[in-house]
Design a protein around this ligand. Structure first.
Ligand SMILES: Cc1ncc(COP(=O)(O)O)c(C=O)c1O
Length: 350
């Protein structure tokens, strides 16, 4: 029996490596990266630091590991960290910032994920024996739970002014920062120049099988390297991970625009289906959220119906689902998905 080929819109993490990436893995020069002897890793780290306009970079296993080594490198045990209330670090990283880094998260709600400097100031606590010391502000760009929304370079600059005024570090979870740069048609350095350090993921829209990169000053990356080691993340012939990363930085950034065009077409098509609600202005990059609350189904039930018809989407909450475009999704897949959603909705309307 032939298995069904799904149109997989759950996440851009489902992307498979390109043939060029697989060839690069085969051809990679390898060495022991804990001894700093893997020339492919070294090359990727130099490229990444340059692209981001920072002194140094460090390859790590995942976005979660990147965030954790960065939190550890920017703080001391018992510090308070201001982060966006819907941020990935707060929601989806197993509480590592408390469980491992011993930090107190102080969530501040942003507008579509964008922190307002005034709200950060309001969250600041005076020096007082009762309060922990605040060390860090974290922003997320693009913002996952708000549906790929962008914090613009000017908005980051405004947050960085508050950070400087209070002597805090500013960190960016830039898992999808290239989506933001491509969408606004600006150099990624326009975002990174306002933060002290950041991470970005190779394994999402850039299509690599594994890996994220932390970037910052020499001193910060030295600490991050040690923190990576204590977390068991010191890797040996990691050039097999770095080789596709090099292809990604050279070839996979500009094509993110296609994902954004497909996300826009998907969102506009969904918005025309009677009973599906989409906030079109929130669709800024490659993530589309839509609401089925006018239909007699939960989002789980809607996702099951999609699956029965060959489309995979992720329920976000009881009434909302998410679809993410990526290199595995072509315009014809978008059209097919819209037809399938339309026919499911027509049946639900009876
Ligand atoms: C904004 C953001 N940060 C961090 C991560 C964590 O990345 P990983 O799944 O590689 O641990 C994700 C994953 O989706 C994310 O969306």
């Amino acid at each position: 029996m032939k298995t069904m080929e799904f149109i997989d819109l759950r996440s851009d993490t489902v992307t498979l490596p390109t043939n060029e990436m697989l060839e690069a893995i085969k051809a990679a020069e390898l060495g022991d990266d804990v001894f700093r002897e893997d020339s492919t890793v070294n090359k990727l780290e130099i490229m990444a630091a340059k692209k981001m306009g920072k002194e140094e970079a460090l390859l790590v296993a995942s976005g979660t590991q990147a965030n954790l080594v960065s939190l550890l490198g920017n703080t001391k045990r018992g510090n308070l960290v201001i982060l966006e209330a819907e941020s990935h670090i707060y929601w989806y990283e197993v509480g590592g910032l408390s469980a491992i880094a011993s930090l107190l998260p102080w969530p501040v709600r942003g507008d579509l994920g964008v922190l307002d400097p005034k709200d950060i100031e309001a969250a600041m606590r005076p020096k007082n024996i009762h309060f922990p010391e605040t060390a860090l502000i974290c922003i997320e760009n693009t913002h996952n739970r708000y549906g790929g929304t962008i914090t613009t370079p000017d908005q980051i600059k405004a947050v960085s002014k508050v950070a400087k005024a209070f002597g805090l570090k500013l960190y960016m979870d830039g898992a999808r920062i290239f989506n933001a740069a491509v969408a606004l048609k600006v150099d990624v350095k326009d975002f990174t120049k306002h933060v002290d350090n950041l991470m970005f993921c190779l394994s999402k829209g850039l299509s690599c099988p594994i890996g994220s990169i932390v970037v910052g000053t020499d001193e910060f990356i030295e600490k991050a390297r040690k923190n990576r080691k204590i977390l068991g993340g010191g890797m040996r012939q990691a050039g097999i991970i770095a080789a596709p990363g090099i292809v990604a930085l050279e070839k996979m950034i500009d094509r993110l625009e296609e994902d954004h065009e497909n996300a826009r077409a998907l969102a506009e098509g969904l918005a025309q289906i009677n009973g599906i609600l989409v906030e079109l202005e929130n669709v800024q990059t490659n993530i589309v959220h839509f609401d089925v609350s006018e239909l007699p189904v939960t989002s789980d039930q809607f996702a099951s119906k999609l699956r029965e018809n060959g489309v995979l989407a992720l329920p976000r909450d009881k009434k909302r689902l998410r679809m993410v475009t990526h290199r595995g999704i072509e315009k014809e897949n978008v059209d097919k998905t819209l037809n399938i959603v339309d026919s499911i909705v027509k049946k639900l309307h009876g």
